[in-house]
Write a protein of this length. Structure first.
Length: 141
């Protein structure tokens, strides 16, 4: 299995990209860069602007909001995906707890993929709608 095949496999497991064809996921994988980060590295700082999302290939990261840890994430998780759509402040900080390998997706490469790949845009919208429903259910029962 090539490294690109591994990236395709990892991306296909993420709900945001699960409905995409292998061809579309391959396009997404080719628009991403694999980057290694050392334990202790801060990927995302709450309140700062960002334009990247990260897919954890290996390692573990912690997510914190206002200094309180709210999640630990590992391989197959995506972090910061809303930054692919909007230029807004980050809502949490993310720090590598271990050495990590990530696929890094940047907005300037992602938006043209959305424009050219309706299934990607629809999948993104469906996942955002699911998250809104979950938040509504949590907040209002």
């Amino acid at each position: 299995m090539t490294k690109n095949d591994d990236h395709i496999s990892q991306l296909k497991r993420i709900p945001l990209f699960a409905s995409l064809s292998k061809k579309d996921v391959a396009r997404l994988a080719s628009a991403a860069d694999e980057v290694d980060f050392a334990a202790g590295h801060t990927l995302i700082t709450e309140g700062e602007a960002g334009s990247e999302a990260y897919v954890v290939l290996s390692g573990t990261v912690s997510v914190s909001r206002q200094g309180t840890m709210i999640a630990a994430l590992g391989p197959g998780e995506i972090i910061g995906e809303l930054a692919l759509l909007e230029d807004a402040e980050r809502t949490a900080s993310v720090t590598c707890e271990t050495d990590c390998s990530m696929l890094v997706l940047d907005r300037r490469h992602f938006v043209p993929l959305l424009e050219d790949t309706p299934a990607l845009a629809i999948g993104f919208l469906e996942e955002l709608a699911r998250r809104l429903r979950d938040l509504d259910r949590t907040a209002f029962g």
